[in-house]
Design a protein around this ligand. Structure first.
Ligand code: ATP
Length: 311
């Protein structure tokens, strides 16, 4: 009974020190991912961070230089076939035969996957392609091609679905549709999802957990809430003479940063804010504003990755 409990609680994906080097350069460096059952795990990082390389390793498409991969609690190396049987994926652009219709493409996949006919109708309905299934895939819009790719990945109703940048290149309406589709999968079909994106806004709207990768390293992993909580607010104080205020406060061991019209402090508790206020007033400075500034998720992400505001 106890053993069963342990098995049930093992993560769906767990890597340990997963690394990949090309020409001696670490492109993925000692990544230890944990994706729990039922999550939508957002793997977030700027272009070239190592997301696709990591996802390809999870699917056995490329071999790690170092580290281990467990999926469904089993070693990928030893149980590759059974793991991949329960895993659906869409990496880079969807592969389909352009001269075949959506339905014919699904039939090809059905034979490969050896699943019942009814799965085709069901997944085409989920991705809302049932009315376009007789159209040639080469004539599909980008969003429809992407949905066909997801339908193929879903065909065997996998326990784990791995999607690399599933909304890349789509217009806002297409992005919204794919987002809603992905969000519905864990609840309706018990599918755990691992998806990558370079867009914080996407991850914010879709993911329950997030892993942030930059230059091959995992900088943060946890829930969205954890990400916000880890970052305390700064306190901004404005006086009639900020340069003098800075000097006075230095003498009391406070080292605020002077920025334009404000003094900026790392997080202070209420007692310290009152004390600083008192010191300033006692030194004939008038305090016109005391504000708490919560970092936006974008600020947090940019602080972590050190990237410019290009996302
Ligand atoms: P993007 O969002 O742009 O796809 P990514 O986070 O998925 O970025 P990867 O495609 O994993 O990034 O690439 C990470 C780094 O590894 C890049 O610098 C890339 O040039 C390098 N890289 C990937 N594949 C190879 C390869 N086969 N040989 C050499 N370098 C590679």
């Amino acid at each position: 009974m106890e053993l069963r409990g342990l098995i049930n609680s093992s993560p769906i994906v767990q890597t340990h020190n997963l690394s990949k080097s090309y020409d001696g350069i670490h492109r993925v460096h000692q990544i230890s991912l944990i994706v729990e059952k039922g999550e939508i795990y957002g793997f977030l990082g700027p272009n070239g961070a190592g997301k696709t390389t990591t996802l390809k390793m999870l699917l056995g498409l490329i071999k790690p230089t170092e580290g281990t991969i467990k999926i469904f609690g089993k070693d990928l190396e030893n149980s590759r076939a059974s793991i991949l049987n329960q895993t659906g994926s869409l990496i880079e652009s969807p592969s389909y035969y352009g001269h075949l219709t959506g339905l014919e493409n699904m039939r090809v996949m059905q034979r490969l996957r050896n699943v019942p006919n009814k799965n085709i109708d069901e997944v085409l309905k989920i991705v809302r392609l049932e009315n376009q299934k007789h159209k040639q895939a080469s004539q599909y819009s980008l969003g429809m091609k992407q949905r066909l790719g997801i339908a193929m990945a879903l065909l065997a109703f996998p326990s784990l679905l791995i999607l690399d940048e599933p909304t890349n290149g789509l217009d806002p309406a297409g992005i919204g549709e794919i987002r809603e589709l992905i969000k519905s999968l864990p609840g309706q079909y018990g599918i755990t999802i691992l998806l990558s994106s370079h867009l914080l806004s996407e991850i914010e709207q879709i993911a329950t957990s997030v892993g942030i990768i930059s230059e091959g390293k995992l900088l943060f992993q946890g829930t969205m809430e954890d990400l916000r909580k880890n970052n305390k607010a700064t306190i901004h104080i404005q006086t009639n003479d900020n340069a003098k205020a800075k000097k006075v406060l230095h003498a009391h061991d406070y080292k605020p940063e002077l920025q334009e019209k404000r003094l900026i402090f790392e997080y202070l508790d209420d007692g310290e804010v009152s004390r600083i206020n008192r010191i300033l007033v006692e030194n004939n400075l008038s305090v016109s504003r005391i504000q708490e500034h919560q970092k936006s998720l974008e600020d947090i992400f940019l602080d972590l990755t050190g990237k410019e505001r290009s996302l």
